[in-house]
Design a protein around this ligand. Structure first.
Ligand SMILES: [Mn+2]
Length: 289
């Protein structure tokens, strides 16, 4: 058995199949980890969803901000822009099956035997992996209950995300903050305050999507991370403008495939961490989440 992690696919079905051919993926024997954002922006999100879902136990998938947004929209009253972006999903004859499958996915995955964890955006630098697991479970409970109102509130978008964790007296906003951290975190101050795109006014020099310069008060979350438990490693996606980021303990796998970059796979159960990459044509303009 081999275990491969795959970066943000964003509907690039043909490139996913090409990458699986490149790694000589063996269904029923090998395992695939997907860092989230299977869907949107690219040409064939529905084919990617169906393909990955049909992999069954061969695939471990976590929620990206795009799947989270899909779940939030399906639970609430979808905006016109949501209906436009997600028309392929809303019109799909197998929407109910896909929706049920998405609701069963987690925001964070940890494999203690492999010593790898996986998240789409990241974790708050002050959290331990155990704390991230607990927070992810609390979110999964709300999804598994299947009640629309709390799911819509928990996964609500908007530019009003707080820079710091809301008080315990506001449990729903806490859940919403945790879901946003898992799927969308990028920049963090030395005090642990988060910078959200469209959120509180950021220093004019900060592009919330790009890697900041060294003088910037906001730095990537993974550079401020508490030391991970001995031997533990953390895999993430989401940061297309940073591209493949091979850190010692953290690995960023989003190669911006949908923006004309690459779709990457990395073998997790091989200490040399080999990487395979497939180039992709540009299907969308960079910028945004
Ligand atoms: Mn993303």
């Amino acid at each position: 058995m081999a275990i491969y992690a795959i970066g943000d696919v964003h509907g690039c079905h043909a490139q996913l199949l090409e990458l699986l051919a490149r790694i000589a993926f063996r269904p029923g024997r090998d395992r695939l980890w997907f860092v989230g954002d299977l869907i949107n922006r690219g040409p064939d999100s529905l084919a990617v969803l169906r393909f990955v879902r049909e992999l069954g136990d061969d695939a471990t998938v976590i929620l990206g901000n795009h799947e989270s947004r899909a779940l939030g929209g399906l639970a609430g009253s979808p905006s016109p822009i949501f209906k436009q972006h997600m028309k392929y999903l809303l019109d799909a004859p197998d929407l109910d099956e896909i929706h049920a499958w998405l609701k069963g996915l987690r925001f964070f995955h940890r494999d203690r035997a492999l010593n790898w964890s996986m998240v789409h955006g990241g974790i708050h630098p002050h959290w331990s992996l155990a704390e991230a697991e607990a927070r992810s479970e609390a979110l999964a409970v709300v999804l598994s209950r299947g009640e629309n109102e709390p799911i819509a509130a928990m996964l609500r978008g908007g530019g009003d995300l707080p820079a710091e964790e809301p008080p315990a007296s506001d449990p729903m906003e806490r859940l919403r903050y945790n879901a946003a951290v898992f799927t969308r975190i990028r920049l963090c101050s030395s005090e642990g305050r988060l910078l959200w795109p469209g959120g509180e006014p950021s220093p004019p020099s900060v592009n919330p999507y790009a890697l900041p310069g060294p003088e910037n008060p906001y730095q990537p979350w993974f550079t401020r991370l508490n030391p991970l438990e001995e031997g533990e490693n953390l895999l993430y996606g989401h940061w297309a403008m940073a591209g493949l980021t091979l850190g010692e303990r953290t690995v960023g796998l989003d190669g911006g495939c949908v923006y004309g970059g690459k779709l990457h796979a990395m073998r997790l159960d091989d200490p040399s961490r080999p990487v395979w990459s497939v180039p992709c044509p540009r299907q969308a303009q960079p910028g945004g989440d």
